[in-house]
Design a protein around this ligand. Structure first.
Ligand code: URA
Ligand code: CA
Length: 434
């Protein structure tokens, strides 16, 4: 088999065989196929697309390019949740203990964040003592015992995807639905999930800015998952404005605690109940989505979900007393209000720009090497549709430096107040199951 023929086949619109796709992924991973040929193939795929069979083959070939996590010692159906990424998205911190409280095993492998705020691990590490450097066996034992544990990324997972994603980044071939879908799904499958719930974001703060693109990506991922034997569904949710109120690591941990207590923001709570219902249903712990939602509401109301969160924190070395006393979490030195300059209604809060403002405070990493400040960030006081009076606070800025003029300017530029009443955006756009 020759790589040049594979490129030519794709260039001319012919379907690649399973063997051709495996040949390419194996050769590219071991270095025998050079970047220039891989680039040509990526560009041919960008223009010609991929059939459903090719997408499944590419995903599996990438899964097989490296280690696969074996979670078979964990009892029950392991359902993983994946978000395509948004601003102020604390759902993972809420969903872990929430569905674990219903005996759905959550074996989460997670990473550090790049961009707006930290990743799940950064957020959790703001709890004193909490650590994710645990042995595989301990991880499995913890999930069996507590139903939820988080481990840092280890091993050599999907090296083909790592190499290809970096190549696509510099060859203008990231924005291809089949390539994105295969990339994301290969990582979830290698991490050992039996079933997968996808949260595909749409809007200004999302990877996919339009509903049509988000739907296409969601359908592509759901098909891949189901075609390779993992029960998969997707929720398309709004990311035109940040989720919840808090953006920043400690601030989001507090928001997650509030939500587990049943006192969280309405949108974050609703999204967690929606995603959680699908997780519980796919794990076969409920017969209908309605029943699953009632069960989730039940473990919030009776305090079980919060208790599971505490056990989870202390089992991995964390000081669980922060749940009852969040003032023990790292605190920012300065709290500065961003005052509305006029009366009206909030009509726009551009999510990605608000995320960048939080990063300027130090809440996120601009590069992989940046050190993040866990205490800082933003808390929105108003969301789209809310009425506001001149002088009222739009945002509280939590900072460790006093001069936040640059952040204020960015916030004013990206929060619009209109004289007319505007409806709040739709939160859950679609649920895709086939
Ligand atoms: N995120 C991924 O993991 N892969 C892509 O290709 C795009 C976004
Ligand atoms: Ca939030």
């Amino acid at each position: 088999m020759r790589m040049v023929d594979i490129i030519e086949n794709k260039r001319d619109g012919r379907e690649l065989s399973t063997e051709e796709i495996q040949f390419f992924i194996k050769g590219y991973t071991d270095g025998s196929i050079p970047d220039y040929q891989a680039s040509a193939l990526m560009m041919a795929i960008f223009f010609q697309g991929m059939t459903e069979k090719e997408r499944a083959d590419l995903t599996l070939a990438m899964v097989q390019s490296g280690d696969q996590i074996d979670l078979s010692e964990i009892e029950g159906i392991k359902v993983d949740k994946h978000s395509t990424g948004g601003v102020g998205d604390t759902t993972t911190l809420v969903l872990g203990p929430l569905v674990a409280a219903l005996d759905v095993p959550v074996a989460k492998m997670s990473g550090r964040g790049l961009g707006h705020t930290g990743g799940t691990i950064d957020k959790l590490e703001s709890v004193k003592g909490f650590h994710v450097e645990i042995e595989n066996q301990e991880f499995i034992d913890l999930v069996n015992k507590n139903k939820v544990a988080v481990i840092g990324q280890s091993g050599n997972l999907t090296p083909a995807d790592k190499k290809l994603y970096a190549l696509r980044d510099v060859t203008a071939t990231v924005d291809s639905i089949p390539l994105i879908a295969a990339s994301i799904m290969s990582k979830k499958i290698a991490a050992g999930a039996d079933a997968i719930v996808l949260d595909v974001k749409t809007g200004a703060g999302a990877f996919m800015k339009t509903l049509d693109d988000s739907r296409e990506l969601a359908k592509a991922m759901v098909r891949i998952g189901n075609n390779v034997g993992r029960n998969t569904m997707a929720v398309i949710s709004d990311m035109s404005q940040p989720l919840g109120y808090a953006i920043g690591n400690v601030l989001e941990v507090k928001e997650a605690i509030d939500t587990l207590k049943g006192e969280g923001p309405e949108d974050l709570t609703e999204l967690c109940l929606t995603l959680g219902s699908h997780m519980v249903y796919l794990a076969k712990k409920a017969n209908t989505l309605k029943e699953a939602r009632e069960m989730l509401q039940g473990v919030i109301n009776d305090g079980t979900a919060l208790k599971v969160f505490k056990t989870f924190l202390s089992s991995q070395g964390g000081d669980a007393s922060v749940v009852d006393d969040p003032s023990k979490l790292p605190q920012a030195k300065y709290l500065i209000e961003l005052e509305a300059k006029e009366d009206g209604y909030v009509s726009e809060i551009v999510a990605d720009e608000i995320g960048t403002a939080a990063m300027l405070l130090g809440a996120g990493r601009a590069t992989k090497e940046s050190v993040i400040d866990l205490a800082v960030g933003l808390v929105l006081r108003k969301k789209i549709g809310d009425q506001v009076k001149k002088g009222e606070s739009l945002v509280t800025i939590y900072s460790n430096f006093e001069d936040v003029e640059e952040v204020k300017t960015k916030l004013y530029e990206n929060i619009t107040i209109s004289s007319k009443k505007v409806p709040a955006p739709v939160l859950i756009h679609e649920e895709i199951t086939e």
